[in-house]
Design a protein around this ligand. Sequence first.
Ligand SMILES: Nc1nc2c(ncn2[C@@H]2O[C@H](COP(=O)(O)OP(=O)(O)OP(=O)(O)O)[C@@H](O)[C@H]2O)c(=O)[nH]1
Ligand SMILES: [Mg+2]
Length: 238
Amino acid sequence: MTDPNQPVSSAHKEEQANLAALVGEAELDPGVVERGRKLFAQSWDFMWGTKFFHQLPPIEGVEIAFAGRSNVGKSSLLNAITGRKSLARTSNTPGRTKELNFFRPEKDPTLVICDMPGYGYARASKKEVAAWNELILDYLRGRPNLRRVYVLIDSRHGLKPNDIEVMDTLDKAAVNYQVVLTKVDKTKLNDLKKIIGKVELGLKKRPAAHPEVLLTSSDKKIGIARLRSEMLLLSEGL
Ligand SMILES: Nc1nc2c(ncn2[C@@H]2O[C@H](COP(=O)(O)OP(=O)(O)OP(=O)(O)O)[C@@H](O)[C@H]2O)c(=O)[nH]1
Ligand SMILES: [Mg+2]
């Protein structure tokens, strides 16, 4: 709780400190943070895009995917971790990413990131939604080098039925995943704490889920160093 008698700036500072504690970057190993920074400071390139499961790129290195409902901030998060404004196209209109788009460092084939189309986009045609959902689910359960799926959830909205469906699929396929709460710059600290508690409670019952959620804001660059560090360790097979 903030003290109403304190000047606004110190309440703000306290809020920032509380948020930083939730994001958990202070406990990171500085050496790992630096290696993570370097991994993403390389020149990252678009590698492959497809709407079809039978046209996926050849298997090379470790793959990590960003999944989540339309407009949750998947492409923005890819841009934030690679420090690029428009490596992946973003939009405030849901349904921007229409293919599985693969990215990797220009000179290093050890890590590939897949930016996925969003699920749950109501305004596309039924046929298009069905095709996307099929592609997303086929990819999530059928990609042998998929090491981790980050399931992005808007921190203002929480889990929706299609997030549950995706997590059920990942549990059944035994594909390791972790929930990332996005746009934390838009959520009040108390609401954020409530949603973290609720989501983490639900994750306890899920065998393939990482028990802890990550917090990010692509706009304010919150949680980016931690995500980079964790992705570095995954790319190294740890
Ligand atoms: N405030 C805030 N807005 C964000 C953040 N991340 C993304 N957005 C906004 O959310 C909207 C959607 O972002 P995208 O990155 O295109 O979302 P997406 O999940 O890739 O969407 P689809 O490709 O349509 O599935 C854009 O208007 C972004 O500017 C964030 O951390 N904070
Ligand atoms: Mg996108």
